[in-house]
Design a protein around this ligand. Structure first.
Ligand SMILES: [Zn+2]
Length: 202
């Protein structure tokens, strides 16, 4: 979807824009006047990790759950694990950092690079998450990605990369079409009107 057809979280409105007016994520490197949307900037990503900043809007994330956008492969892995009565665990590190719920719902609809299918599937023998088990029926097939909430995350800043790992899935919102999360985003923004710079209390 075009960025201007989706309600924009207040903290995203504060981001610098590219020449089309498209908001530029906090972890995106710039080359002169041109943001490099397909890339993740090492220094910016390390700054977000160390200071618990949202990778989309760059403002602080409060204690509690964090969200990310996953691609189709990982989304299918989550759906299959939950449908089979297992909770989901994927300890494979990713270059993509966490963000606010509203920011990730927004990004899932307007930013194709946040849904890269680069993650791997993982499972565990634990009990399914009762919060999300009802959502996954019918979502095992056909999902192109998902907005996923996790209770916690870890990070490592190596000499060349910033790696993230996400722990304890708390929310699973698969999307089959590009505007799947429009109503969810509207509800999130209405429920948590953010003040400028200091973001959603969650
Ligand atoms: Zn944010």
């Amino acid at each position: 979807m075009r960025f201007d057809t989706v309600p924009m979280p207040p903290s995203v409105q504060e981001r610098p824009r590219d020449q089309r007016g498209y908001p530029v994520p906090a972890i995106t490197p710039w080359q002169g006047e041109d943001p490099q949307f397909a890339l993740t900037d090492y220094g910016r990503s390390a700054d977000c990790a160390r200071n618990r900043l949202c990778s989309v809007c760059g403002t602080p994330m409060p204690a509690g759950p964090v969200w990310r956008v996953v691609g189709g492969t990982e989304s299918a892995g989550i759906a299959e694990a939950l449908a089979a009565g297992r909770s989901y665990r994927n300890l494979a590190p990713t270059l993509e950092g966490p963000g606010h719920r509203a920011c990730m719902l927004y990004a899932s609809m307007v930013c194709p690079y946040l849904a890269r299918p680069n993650a791997r599937r993982g499972t565990s023998a634990e009990r399914p998450d009762e919060l999300t088990a009802h959502v996954v029926r019918g979502a095992v097939r056909g999902t192109t990605g998902a907005v996923v909430g996790f209770a916690d995350f870890e990070y490592a800043v190596t000499a060349s990369q910033v790696l993230f790992r996400f722990l304890n899935l708390v929310e699973y919102l698969p999307h089959e079409v590009s505007d799947s999360h429009l109503d969810e985003l509207r509800a999130e923004l209405a429920a948590r009107p953010a003040t400028r710079g200091q973001d959603q209390p969650r």
